[in-house]
Design a protein around this ligand. Structure first.
Ligand code: HEM
Length: 157
């Protein structure tokens, strides 16, 4: 049974669906890499959007990073995002959405005792019709806030 998007989630309507594409990543402590990505934003009629992402290494197809989370509407143009990763890290973000741009900055990053150290994360999504791009920066493993990921996705449905 399909349900209507909650009115508060109208700001996320352009994101709802399945996306796939390609990205690249880097950080001072690692080798640069390229990856393939699939993302789904879905909803169940309640005032939040469900986010699910998985990636594979370009070339070999080896599974890489994956994460799940939620987008929550706040006020007129606000957004909160929660993201959890099997690497033991959870990000809590606040930000804004408007004119096809969603800007997020972490207000907290929590890690399990065995996870790598991640102190801060920023994420920016740019939606242009059936194209969705994003960049992710992080302060981690003793390095200041800087680029880790960039990807460009196309709508699959
Ligand atoms: C598209 C999503 C992502 C991909 C494909 C990806 C991929 C990678 C790869 C290939 C490495 C190199 C080392 C390794 O193989 O483990 C790495 C390192 C790392 N990534 Fe990511 N990553 C992603 C998202 C994230 C996110 C969301 C975070 C943090 C919130 C993160 C934090 C780290 C950290 C802390 C390291 C280790 C750096 C080090 O030990 O020197 N990554 N990532």
């Amino acid at each position: 049974m399909s349900v209507d998007l909650a009115p508060e989630c109208e700001r996320f309507s352009g994101l709802i669906g399945r996306w796939s594409g390609r990205g690249s990543g880097d950080f001072p402590t690692i080798e640069p890499f390229e990856y393939l990505e699939e993302v789904t934003f879905s909803h169940m009629g309640r005032p939040f959007v469900v986010y699910a992402q998985k990636t594979r290494r370009a070339g070999t197809g080896e599974p890489l990073h994956t994460e799940v989370g939620y987008l929550r509407p706040v006020g007129e143009h606000g957004v909160e995002m929660l993201i959890t990763q099997p690497t033991g890290i959870s990000e809590i973000h606040t930000g804004t959405i408007g004119d096809g741009v969603m800007d997020l900055r972490s207000v907290g990053v929590c890690a399990t005792p065995t996870a790598k150290q991640v102190d801060e994360v920023t994420r920016r999504f740019v939606l242009e019709g059936d194209s969705l791009g994003y960049e992710m920066h992080m302060a981690a493993v003793g390095q200041p806030l800087q680029f880790h990921l960039r990807a460009q996705l196309k709508r699959m449905d």
